[in-house]
Ligand binder design. Structure first.
Ligand code: ATP
Length: 657
């Protein structure tokens, strides 16, 4: 979110805050005064402290003591006879109080009594000082010992309250008093700067949402004909395909306020909070109507009710939040001017009640962009960059199949960072290619310590992938092989796959074969395999299971698919097939993988010389390109990626470890 957005403060601006702070200051000042005033004004003067020597030499010797009171067996309070009021030594203390006039700590009662007896051993019996013993408690500190913990607790509570209050001011409902208030971010109409100009390549989706914009701008032209505008529009698509962007653009174009909230922000630990937040959001939206409410990741609250109940029970809070959302969407009329846009990656998980007409009745599906759409998106994100003449937008789009709009935005930014690091004036084509490599395979880790033996294994592993891929006609054209470690991988092969909607059974089988090419090469050259093929084996196993269990490619299993598009069944827990079928599936998967491995080994045995040449070249150059492989293996059997035809295909990059 940019700096233009602001958080809703559900309780409104806090005008009383300075005054409250002022009154709190008074309370603190009063408490301090209570603590210190008694000592400031000598309230409760309890005598002047003296030592035993002073007491013995100056007071006992003068026979001025009226009495001694031993308090709590700790302190001796000394009272002076009134007749000494004119004695300059006592004048001062006698004026200040009626006693005690002096005090000192006695140590222990025994030693005090001993010393006192000693000091007045020559006194006649009737002149001996009267000593009494009392137990006293200090009322002030007694009260304080009770009150102080409360004061500390109160101050702490007040402090925490203010802190959460301060967060609440910026974070909506994070104050405890705002717990049930919405945490939605509000972008005022004059502040929403995103328009359809910033959205590229989503033509169909854009057309559908334009209707919403038209309604918000000019509702009369629809309502006079008796038309009802959809209350809710749900945007479905993979991450980063521009769902949020499209919703923002609708608000920006329609020039209406935009409430944005994520589905997960409704759900709290306490049941009822989410529902209360939904109510509050709709209440505020109605106040601001016409406006748009955008709920991102709506699946956090909109998941089918009752699903997953066997896994620890239904989620009461989520369900009550969803019920409230359904009620609110029923509650406002079609012409109330509030339109709810929602986004999700998983429409199949949503409760059918949410998707029925009258609620989210319009569904817009966003896909990953194709070549032309990627070109459009690149154009949008190249606008702020300073680029040189080497940049060809079509080429960039052709290098980024399978990338989402968000990935493209990231590449543009990353390439500018790379160019800046190289201290260049303008961003060039190579910076973009480096950015793509970095995003696809991670950052190069040239400093990673790899022994010469390991390097050799990696080179032969990657060469194995390259040779098998090159010689199988259904495998996408290889463009580059590298043994420079990147991200988590030690080496990688880049492909330019055709962007196809359908893949044949033989394409699947050949893909298994190419993926196992690395391990097969290790076995042929070194006689044993390494742990470097973990990623390959994982991919192969998953793909082989998909072939058998989902796509019905296996004769023995037949035309049966255990795929569940509704996402309701967790295959790990609930198998939709019998034990016997399960065993058969395992067997067939094993056979499939074994035959792919044997085929890969056969190809490599046949082309062992080329395999060695490619591996040695890799060890020498670290990165080799299509042309290097072509010079060793000759043209591909069905070369679709020759320079002439390259522009016609829609390529993609994949990576194999
Ligand atoms: P998610 O499902 O993960 O929330 P999303 O579909 O909501 O993702 P956005 O947040 O809209 O994705 O996109 C992220 C960023 O990607 C945008 O801010 C924008 O820069 C860029 N982007 C995505 N799609 C497009 C597009 N069609 N045109 C231009 N930019 C795009």
């Amino acid at each position: 979110m940019n700096g233009q957005n602001k958080r809703i403060n559900p309780s409104g601006p806090p005008p009383s805050r300075p005054r409250r702070r002022f009154s709190m200051l008074w309370i603190y000042a009063l408490l301090l005064a209570l603590l210190f005033v008694p000592s400031l004004f000598n309230i409760g003067f309890s005598g002047k402290e003296i030592t035993w020597q002073q007491f013995e030499n100056d007071i006992i010797s003068r026979k001025a003591v009226e009495k001694i009171v031993i308090v709590n067996n700790e302190k001796a309070d000394i009272y002076i006879k009134n007749e000494f009021a004119n004695d300059p030594y006592f004048k001062d203390v006698l004026k200040r109080s009626t006693g005690p006039h002096y005090f000192f700590n006695i140590g222990s009662v025994e030693s005090f009594e001993r010393k006192l007896d000693e000091a007045q051993k020559n006194f006649p019996a009737n002149e001996k000082i009267i000593v009494s013993y009392v137990k006293k408690s200090n009322w002030f500190w007694t009260i304080m010992s009770w009150v102080l913990p409360f004061i500390v607790l109160f101050a702490l509570w007040n402090f925490l309250l203010r802190r959460s209050g301060a967060m609440g001011a910026g974070g909506g409902g994070s104050s405890i008093f705002n717990f049930g208030k919405t945490t939605a971010t509000l972008v005022e109409k004059e502040k929403s700067s995103v328009t359809f100009n910033d959205v590229a390549g989503l033509e169909e989706a854009e057309m559908e949402v334009r209707e919403v914009v038209d309604f918000l701008k000019n509702p009369g032209s629809f309502t006079k004909l008796g038309a009802k505008i959809p209350k809710g529009v749900i945007l479905v698509g993979p991450p980063g395909t521009g769902k949020t962007l499209l919703a923002k653009a609708v608000a920006g174009e329609a020039q209406v306020p935009f409430f944005s909230i994520s589905g997960s922000e409704f759900v709290e630990m306490f049941v009822g909070v989410g529902a209360s937040r939904v109510r509050d959001l709709f209440r505020r939206a109605k106040e601001k109507a016409p406006c748009i409410i955008f709920i991102d990741e709506i699946d956090a609250i909109g998941r089918s009710r009752g699903k997953g109940a066997f896994l620890g029970g239904a989620n009461d809070e989520r369900e009550s939040t969803l019920n409230q959302l359904l009620t609110e969407m029923d509650g406002f009329g079609t012409n109330s001017g509030v339109i709810v846009l929602a986004a999700t990656n998983r429409a199949d998980m949503l409760d059918p009640a949410l998707l029925r007409p009258g609620r989210f009745d319009r569904h817009i599906y966003l896909e990953l962009p194709n070549l032309t759409e990627r070109e459009e998106i690149f154009k949008v994100h190249l606008r702020p960059l300073v680029i040189d003449e080497t940049i060809d937008v079509h080429f960039l789009a052709s290098q980024t199949p399978g990338f989402s709009g968000a990935d493209i935005a990231n590449i543009c930014n990353e390439s500018a960072l790379i160019a800046a690091r190289k201290k260049k004036e303008k961003v060039g084509r190579q910076d973009f290619l480096d950015a793509i490599d970095r995003i696809v395979a991670g950052i190069e880790k040239k400093s990673k310590i790899i022994s010469p033996e390991e390097k050799k294994t990696i080179a032969y592993h990657e060469a194995g992938h390259a040779v098998v891929s090159w010689l199988l006609k259904h495998i996408d054209p290889i463009i580059k092989v590298s043994i420079i470690p990147r991200g988590k991988s030690l080496g990688a092969a880049w492909y330019l796959p055709e962007e196809k909607q359908l893949r044949s059974e033989s394409a699947f089988a050949e893909h298994l074969c190419a993926t196992l090419g690395g391990r097969a090469s290790e076995e042929i050259i070194f006689g044993e395999v390494s742990s470097g093929a973990l990623d390959d084996l994982e991919k192969v196993t998953k793909e082989a299971y998909m072939m058998v269990v989902y796509y019905g490619f296996n004769k023995k299993i037949g035309n049966i698919s255990y795929y569940d598009s509704s996402g309701q069944r967790d295959m790990g827990i609930q198998k939709p097939f019998s034990e016997e079928t399960g065993r058969l599936i395992d067997e067939e998967v094993r056979k499939l993988v074994d035959s792919a491995y044997q085929k890969a080994k056969a190809i490599l045995q046949e082309n062992k010389e080329s395999l060695i040449k490619i591996a040695e070249l890799l060890l020498k150059k670290e990165v080799i390109f299509k042309e290097d492989i072509e010079s060793i293996l000759g043209r591909r059997p069905d070369d679709k990626a020759t320079a002439e035809t390259k522009s016609k295909i829609v390529p993609a990059i994949t990576q194999q470890n």
